[in-house]
Write a protein that binds this ligand. Structure first.
Ligand code: ADP
Ligand code: MG
Length: 244
């Protein structure tokens, strides 16, 4: 996918969460990883690209199409994307199956029967077929995140946005969710994810962007950024997080 972001700004009070983000990436990028320190602007950028929030200034183009500003068109833009956040945001009172069916019906306007069939299909693909009727509290963190990922993928989003999808998980569960995301990458799914899993970013992302203080500090291929970081900020960050 091609991505063209120009002068993107978003403030929260006096905090410049996005402070003039400029980023141009060519068509060869299928999986983009956002890395950098906490508070650097990764979540903000994901929300802006997904259309969950509106920037004060700047433009976002994906494959040449500019993100619209009016609410009605923005809703369509949002619907083309799938979202997964760090902490499991499944509805606790619904079964795994119902958690996937509900947005298909309510947000995407599917008929219930179609939504049911699709939910079962995607849950089976994600190896969770035995857990359809369980409630989130009856599932492990990794299983909950797999259901949340199935939900994000159920409507076949053009672009999947993952915000630190494994940060709240134990190591073993982390691995099982990363395996699943890796499978999606292999299957050609377009993904933008923020992550602290440097090994995953290095192995699976075509392009890596380092965000700090609401700006792009450095961007490039995974090999360029991890093996030959140019800026002192990225060098210091990597030497800290890669130390152990
Ligand atoms: N909803 C919000 N309200 C107020 N401040 C926010 C909000 N979201 C993010 N911020 C602030 O914006 C900055 C960037 O945050 P964020 O995009 O969450 O960074 P990251 O995901 O890289 O940790 C931080 O200083 C954060 O405290
Ligand atoms: Mg974040």
């Amino acid at each position: 996918m091609s991505i063209e972001i120009r002068g993107l700004t978003k403030h929260y009070g006096t905090t410049r969460a996005a402070d003039g983000i400029d980023l141009v990436l060519g068509d060869s990028v299928q999986v983009l990883a956002l890395i950098g320190p906490s508070g650097g602007g990764k979540s903000t950028l994901l929300r802006l690209v997904g259309g969950l929030e509106r920037p004060e200034e700047g433009t976002i183009r994906i494959d040449g199409a500019e993100m619209p500003r009016d609410e009605e068109s923005l809703r369509l833009w949002r619907r083309q994307n799938g979202f997964l956040f760090q902490s499991f945001n499944l509805f606790p009172h619904l079964t795994a199956l119902e958690n996937i069916i509900l947005p298909l019906v309510e947000v995407h306007g599917w008929k219930r029967g179609e939504a049911d069939a699709r939910a079962r299909e995607v849950v089976a693909r994600f190896g969770m077929g035995a857990h359809l009727e369980k409630h989130p509290a009856q599932l492990s963190g990794g299983q909950q995140q797999r259901i949340a990922l199935a939900r994000a993928m159920a409507h076949e989003p053009a672009l999947l946005l993952l915000d630190e999808p494994t940060s709240a998980l134990d190591p073993e569960m982390k691995a099982e969710v990363l395996d699943l995301i890796e499978e999606l990458c292999q299957a050609g799914q377009r993904i933008i994810l923020s992550t602290h899993e440097m090994g995953f970013a290095r192995g699976s992302a075509d392009a890596v962007v380092f965000l700090g203080a609401g700006r792009v500090v450095e961007s490039g291929s995974a090999a360029e950024l991890f093996d030959h970081p140019r800026s002192a900020i990225v060098q210091a960050f990597l030497s800290k997080v890669m130390k152990w």
